[in-house]
Design a binder for this molecule. Structure first.
Ligand code: NDP
Length: 284
């Protein structure tokens, strides 16, 4: 029986640390603020925004929510971004993705000041992650790193396999593991012999977006298995990319879905916002 990695507990510890640091900054007259922008009525996005707002309250940040109508133009959205860029109370700006189809994610993200880009999606921040000189960590991969750390597993020298090569998860995940001296393989839809490659992994990160695709045949006995996937199964129930029931006796450590990577992503967003405030106020 593998040990289940409790993302809720680890994220609660991270948020406690952030809360204490935020309170200490407040005593020095420094407040931390996050602006969250949502365009349109996407139900999943609304849930994410609500959770982010709640997390801000938990750690003591000021949160500023901007809910714009579906038919907002690029010009209007850019105007808001510029306003937030210039606002001293706002340390972090998060534009909830996906945006409605008529708006170009890239144009909007490229207009957020890199020092307020707490999602770490701006090309400047992506480049910094590549060269290992970063203050903002991409939220989901950074959360995965915290979960791996919580198991006490040493990454250096280990075989790490990341399934998925998206810009927001797979690629930065591989880079963070590489910075910690893992021997990293990135798999994708064209990878041949996926099972064999995955079975080499001491640390396996699945970020595919396919419900329960990773069964026990894909994992090495005792591996650390981190499931980034957020999918719906045939009954409409939230599930990961890993077939948890099938893998739980073979893995050494495994994350559940829900309650694994998900809560960490928001905790790391809070971490980045705190970092932005500290950098701005020359506290780090
Ligand atoms: P993308 O769809 O952008 O990327 C999926 C990746 O998986 C692609 O690189 C794709 O390969 C690869 N892939 C697809 N099918 C296969 C296959 N059969 N074999 C091997 N590789 C395959 O997804 P994201 O990276 O944005 O997200 C991945 C999952 O993580 C989703 O379920 C998403 O909901 C979840 N997620 C969860 C978050 C959280 O906070 N918990 C945050 C962000 C995402 P190719 O490039 O060749 O097409």
């Amino acid at each position: 029986m593998s040990k289940i990695i409790d993302g809720k507990a680890v994220s609660a510890q991270v948020k406690e640390r952030i809360k204490a640091e935020t309170a200490a900054l407040k005593e020095q007259g420094i407040e931390v603020g996050l602006a969250v922008v949502i365009v349109g009525e996407d139900p999943a996005s609304k849930v994410y925004v609500r959770n982010k707002k709640r997390a801000c309250e938990e750690v003591g940040f000021n949160s500023y929510e901007y809910a714009l109508p579906e038919d907002t133009t690029e010009e209007q959205l850019l105007e808001l971004v510029q306003k937030l860029n210039a606002d001293d109370k706002v340390n972090g700006i998060l534009v909830q993705l996906p945006l409605p189809k008529h708006l170009d994610d890239k144009v909007i993200i490229n207009n957020i000041l890199p020092e307020k880009d707490v999602d770490a999606f701006h090309p400047v921040n992506v480049g910094k992650i590549m060269i290992g000189d970063y203050s903002f960590l991409p939220c989901t991969p950074a959360g995965v790193m915290e979960l791996i750390a919580s198991t006490g597993t040493e990454i250096a020298g280990k075989e790490c396999v990341v399934i998925g090569r998206s810009n927001i998860v797979g690629k930065p995940q591989a880079m963070l593991l590489l910075h910690r001296s893992g021997t990293v393989t990135i798999c994708h839809s064209k990878t041949e012999n996926l099972k064999e490659v995955c079975r080499r992994a001491d640390i396996l990160v699945a970020a595919v977006g396919r419900a329960k695709m990773i069964t026990k045949d894909y994992i090495k006995e005792g591996a650390v298995v981190i499931d980034v996937g957020m999918n719906r199964d045939e009954n409409g129930k939230l599930c990961g990319d890993v077939d948890f029931e099938d893998c739980k006796d073979k893995a050494g450590y495994i994350t559940p879905v829900p309650g694994g990577v998900g809560p960490m992503t928001i905790a790391m967003l809070m971490q980045n916002t705190l970092t932005a405030a500290k950098v701005k106020n020359k506290k780090m």
